[in-house]
Design a protein around this ligand. Sequence first.
Ligand SMILES: Cc1ncc(COP(=O)(O)O)c(C=O)c1O
Length: 456
Amino acid sequence: MAAAQPAGQPAAPVPWPAQQYSPGTGARPALPASALPGPVAERLRLLAEEAGPEPLCAYVHDPPAAGRRAALLRARLPDWAEVFYAVKANSFPAVLEALAPATDGFDVSSEGEAGAARAASARALIATGPGKTDAMLTALARTGVDFVSAESTLELHRIAAAAGRAGRRVPVVLRVNAATGPLQGALCMDGHATQFGIGEDALPEAAALARSLPGLDLVGYHFHVVSNNLDAAAHAAHVQARLHWAVRAARAHGFALRVLDAGGGLGVAPRGEAPFDLGRFAARLRAAPPPPGVRVVLEPGRWLVADSGYYAAQVTDVKEVAGSRFAVLAGGINHFMLPALLEVALDAAVVDVDHWPYACPRPALTDTTVALAGPLCTPEDILARGIRVGRLRAGDLVVFPLAGAYGWEFALRGFLGRRPPVHTVVSTPQRVSARSGTGPAAAAGAEPSPVEDNSR
Ligand SMILES: Cc1ncc(COP(=O)(O)O)c(C=O)c1O
């Protein structure tokens, strides 16, 4: 069987700035409470007043915001591009319910996610990710799945066995671990060894196996190779390069290509960098449609839900140690781990809480730069450094916008056995572009929204 070209060819590598994820060295001002949507700040103030002796930790979910993002993406993309939401980014039921009617389906990686997707009436399911269980595969084969992404030859055998148990044929795509690709950067999974997918040298054997096993229908290939990519042109080049490669590879592997799953990875600017240019991405995709009969699937997570969630924690203590100022929050990486694990420097807002339940004086930090620490017994429990505050008191609330993606789902929940955060739902009105002078980012200093629609 003829070997396919390397999976990323022929596009030339496009540098992808790793510094998107650098923790940020310079100090930056805390956002004012007015930078938050009104319903979010109001709900948090109310909850903090009612919290009683336990300090408040909360996720505020804004499901309509997620629904609007999905509708925007569907409207901008060409009709032939399908959007399957990656449930791992946020599986809160109301968020899933808002996304279900506005997407082509959901991408699930576990039995739990598949159950949540069905409960939210997702239009269709695809299954991706390593370590799929037999129980999940059997349930998907029985209830129906658009396709399963196979991570190895053993997984092909296990999907075939599940198909046999269900008495159905299951469509499969091969997840490709490409040696090279058009995207490069710290969180790009091409070009260095990772545990994901099937190496290019092993693809001919995997394709032959998939074609021979009863119960399997080999329909295409799957790539998920980058996280939080803000370069829309490079992302479109990635989709096009994978599509060209897939057409050639399917011919070489002896089957008719019906699916290219180009993965997720659409980026959200954490601190006011230029947002992912949806208009440019869509225009470039539109210029290069797939051959007839080939579905092109995107499976974004972060881009759809990042701005539909806020993580808030009350300040339990403020202190100065060896010349550095710290605020100790009631929740840290046990509730919200993304900034610490990936060293993402997120903005934080301060919401004043007037209620002070103690007879002793209320400590405060004023006109200074502070590190926002969590309550866990590890120095890693820092949610942000270098936040300049006018005043931050014990009892005030610190709120992180952009906590809707990889927030609670991604947290170190078990460590120290503290209470989980409260989850509450608000409905914010449509945000107006910061460029037109309103909206949270504008209030915070007229930077574009990290997920602004700049496609017009
Ligand atoms: C296979 C797969 N698809 C899609 C996604 C969603 O990626 P993102 O949230 O960056 O769009 C992920 C995230 O890890 C993934 O592993």
